[in-house]
Design a protein around this ligand. Structure first.
Ligand code: ADP
Ligand code: MG
Length: 246
């Protein structure tokens, strides 16, 4: 099977304020295969975001290797896009401009950019909101903009860092189901999704495989396969049993 992402023996330490190193990730081995949704679960501070940032090319590992499509990751790669918990929208730019940003960086012509952004906003349920400013939108709609911005680059790999955590439960669940529907119906070209969460139910509902990170240092402690067809019913005995088991 071809591996989209492959981490081998990745370690990372940060310096604490007193200058002493603190190991955040230790000896992490991880793969994201084509066609998979994987969830990374762990307590706050266990290194989940750091792992995602290493894959996104925003942070370099101290040792070990990280590869995308078999090539070393040494900076942000075209083909990998990320959605952030805090949405990370530019407040002074319109929704349309926010979605176009990554495309501009890729050198796409203005007319094509505009069309692509409009198509993405429509796909994610924000048709007609291109001229709005982020502050005029609800939290759920803002995160839809963040997702449209990520999807606009037609990513091969989508990274979602606690993408639903800042939203109220119902809004988060709706957005989660919408993404699973786009994925299930192959309306996005994405071949693999890695979500980070501290919500067990979210991980069980979304993923094919759950990886559990321990804290201090972050190591892979366990892995659970979720062999249930999607869409899944959160109230079904199978899902409840897995939520209790993980
Ligand atoms: P999680 O996403 O699981 O909550 P993080 O990966 O964000 O965990 O952080 C793990 C640990 O690494 C935390 O203690 C955090 O303070 C520390 N850390 C993360 N990024 C940096 C950084 N750039 N500089 C110093 N410490 C950091
Ligand atoms: Mg985090």
């Amino acid at each position: 099977m071809s591996m989209l992402i492959e981490l081998n023996n990745v370690s990372k330490a940060f310096r604490k304020t007193d200058g002493a190193p603190r190991t955040v990730l230790e000896g992490v081995n991880f793969v994201l295969a084509q066609g998979e949704i994987v969830a990374l679960l762990g307590k706050s501070g266990s290194g989940k975001s750091t792992l995602l940032r290493i894959i996104a090319g925003l942070v370099a590992a101290d040792s070990g290797t990280a590869a995308y499509n078999g090539r070393p990751i040494n900076g942000p790669a075209r083909g990998i896009a990320m959605v952030f918990q805090s949405f990370a929208l530019f407040p002074w730019l319109t929704v349309q401009q926010n979605v176009e940003l990554g495309l501009e960086a890729q050198g796409m012509a203005p007319a094509e950019r505009r069309a692509r952004a409009e198509a993405m906003l429509e796909l994610i349920g924000l048709a007609g909101f291109g001229g709005a400013l982020p502050r005029e939108l609800s939290g759920g709609m803002r995160q839809r903009v963040g997702i449209a911005r990520a999807l606009a680059t037609q990513p091969d790999v989508l990274l979602m860092d606690e993408a639903f955590s800042a939203l109220d439960v119902l809004t988060g669940e709706t957005l989660r189901d919408d993404i699973l529907e786009l994925w299930g119906e192959k309306r996005i070209p994405t071949r693999g999704i890695l979500i980070v969460s501290h919500n067990i139910e979210e991980a069980v509902m979304m993923s094919d495989r759950i990886i559990i990170l321990s804290s201090d240092p972050g190591r892979i402690r366990d892995e659970v396969r979720i062999d249930l067809p999607r869409p899944r019913n959160a109230d079904s005995p199978e899902v409840r049993a897995l939520v209790d088991h993980v």
